[in-house]
Design a binder for this molecule. Structure first.
Ligand code: SF4
Length: 141
């Protein structure tokens, strides 16, 4: 494990795209309960200052171009974490006329967090998985 990957993994700057209920489950990480800053994870307000994109919940066809635009605006190396069954399979909206079924057909996803919605503990597990992946040499996109 190189120092570059180790330090990068310990300083993740996150931008969130919350389309749905996943937001509520992530909130304990923003607050003092789980406190993601203890893990070196900071929430950012601009994609230009972020290296991790979290997509929480279903993705509508209307929202998709915005998500792609946010991803394109992020500097490299960048990483993507998808929360919940919806961005993975369509979830309970799998036959909806207005949602997409798999976000990784449009942008790469590095960690999937299962659940409907995923529990805060699962989200933490996903963040740690991403940190370990980067520590082990994953270069991102
Ligand atoms: S995965 Fe479940 S909780 Fe999350 S947006 Fe889809 S239906 Fe809602």
């Amino acid at each position: 494990m190189g120092i570059k990957h180790k330090t990068r993994a310990r300083s993740l700057w996150v931008i969130n795209y919350f389309t749905a209920c996943g937001f509520i489950e992530l909130l304990p990480w923003v607050g003092s309960g789980y406190d993601m800053e203890r893990f070196g994870i900071l929430a950012k307000g601009s994609p230009r200052h972020a290296d991790v994109l979290i997509i929480a919940g279903y993705v509508t066809k209307k929202a998709l171009p915005r998500i792609k635009r946010i991803y394109e605006q992020m500097p490299s190396p960048k990483y993507v974490l998808a929360l919940g069954s919806c961005p993975m399979t369509g979830g309970m909206y799998w036959d909806s006329y207005s949602t997409i079924k798999r976000i990784d057909k449009y942008i790469p996803v590095d960690v999937w967090v299962t659940g409907c919605p995923p529990k805060p503990e699962n989200i933490g597990h996903g963040l740690v998985m991403l940190m370990k992946k980067i520590e082990n040499g994953f270069e991102g996109h």
